[in-house]
Design a protein around this ligand. Structure first.
Ligand code: DSN
Length: 425
């Protein structure tokens, strides 16, 4: 099954916005013996022996992370974006406190969610979640309405402890600069979840949350930041101690040392190639959005040029629903995910049959695709959704389209095929 999966992806168009393809060097770190070890604690203060080389790598990893994101402090141990967010909840709030965050149809992530939706913040840390007012035309948080809401919450004795920016459906920068002075005047901790856009921030092509007023930055390390699956917390030295304790012993025991080493490689790759990569990602996303719009698709964010990130969101209700479209595209080897979009919940649609799909160009950009390939991809998508061609009949065209894009670009060593199955025995 593993081999079948590798073959399938070699022949597919992977458009899941939360995924990417790591370099051969990152894959090599993942299969190293670091993955069989424990290194609890901080380098130099471990509670296990055997960490001589692990400590050296982790010190280098933290230093590369700080350099890449121009941060005073880095904790490279959180094992995922969800755990990185839990570190922030644990360090800067108590159960019962209020957090401002985006709802899922407005782009929020499950880890920012309410208890009744089994969201991590509510279910695991007991936070009360209040949603930001959202401007669906501009596809971002509404600044004036947010200020009003915070004042109302204060009057109701529910002043938020944390304001969470960032999310999962993330087309345009969030108004951190516009809201940070206001939020700080109420002593609200500002965290920015950069999971989706970390690679764009690293390449200086999105916003710069730590300079715009965010206190901390959380992320996963495997979306536009093209590394291994993992998490990262960044911020200022003054918050270092409380973050360190929340990560260990609070939220990790072993911190997946092999992935930590692979993060170090990713940060080095991003310092070297990240700017060119991020620029091409955004060009590709815009080209794909424009081509889809030219074919007649309803692309969200039209008033602002569709996207400033790696993502595109389509409203597919003219043809069927997001769940059905996701399934049809998969049969044609085009991998996307269905997406709740603004208006879905009010209209009674749910996560299984939402109004939209979300597309991301991070992985196909890492494979070397440029604007002209985006036009071809838009045409495949039109064939399935608008022309209702039999998706299975498109598979051979998709396969030959993919033939020339089999190596990972924007990395130091391109010997291994992107989806090559590595046999060790
Ligand atoms: N659910 C994925 C996303 O944000 O798209 C990853 O957490």
């Amino acid at each position: 099954m593993l081999k079948e999966h590798h073959k399938w992806f070699e022949h597919s168009i992977p458009l899941i916005a939360s995924e990417n393809i790591p370099s051969p060097a990152v894959r090599e770190a993942i299969i190293s013996d670091f993955g069989n070890r424990y290194a609890e604690g901080w380098p130099g203060e471990r509670v296990y022996a055997g960490c001589v080389y692990i400590d050296k790598v982790e010190v280098e990893c933290m230093s590369l992370a700080k350099k890449l994101f121009k941060a005073e402090f880095a904790d490279v141990r959180p094992i995922s974006g969800v755990v990185a967010n839990l570190v922030i909840y644990s360090a800067f709030s108590n159960p019962g406190d209020v957090m401002l965050a985006s709802s899922i149809p407005a782009g929020g992530h499950i880890s920012h969610g309410k208890k009744e939706h089994s969201g991590t913040a509510g279910l695991v840390h007991g936070l009360e979640i209040e949603f930001y007012p959202f401007d669906a035309e501009q596809m971002t948080i509404d600044v004036d309405k947010t200020k009003k809401k915070v004042e109302e919450l204060k009057a109701a004795n529910k002043l938020p402890k944390i304001a969470m920016f960032g999310g999962s459906l993330f087309l345009f920068p969030h108004p951190v600069k516009e809201l940070s002075d206001f939020l700080k005047s109420y002593n609200i901790h500002i965290n920015y979840d950069a999971a989706h856009v970390a690679g764009l921030i690293a390449g200086n092509q999105f916003q710069d949350p730590l300079r715009e007023g965010a206190d901390t930055l959380t992320m996963s390390t495997h979306k536009t930041l093209f590394g291994p699956q993992g998490g990262l917390v960044l911020g200022f030295e003054k918050h270092g101690d409380v973050i360190k304790k929340a990560t260990f012993p609070g939220l990790t025991s072993s911190h997946h040392i092999h992935h930590m080493a692979a993060k170090a490689i990713t940060f080095a790759e991003s310092l070297e190639f990240g700017k060119d990569y991020a620029k091409q990602v955004i060009k590709n996303a815009k080209a794909l959005a424009e081509a889809l719009s030219d074919f007649g698709f309803k692309v969200l964010g039209e008033k602002r040029g569709f996207t400033e990130s790696h993502q595109i969101a389509l409203n597919v209700l003219d043809y069927s629903d997001g769940g059905k479209v996701e399934g049809d595209l998969e049969k044609a080897n085009i991998i996307v995910n269905r997406q709740l979009i603004p208006g879905d919940i009010k209209a009674g649609r749910n996560y299984f049959h939402p109004g939209g799909i979300r597309l991301g160009v991070s992985e196909i950009t890492r494979l070397g695709m440029k604007e002209s390939e985006m036009k071809e991809i838009a045409s495949f998508i039109k064939n399935v959704i608008i022309d209702k061609k039999n998706p299975k009949r498109l598979v051979s065209n998709v396969k030959s389209f993919r033939r020339n894009y089999q190596k990972v670009q924007y990395c130091f060593d391109k010997k291994l095929g992107a989806y090559e199955y590595v046999k060790l025995r």
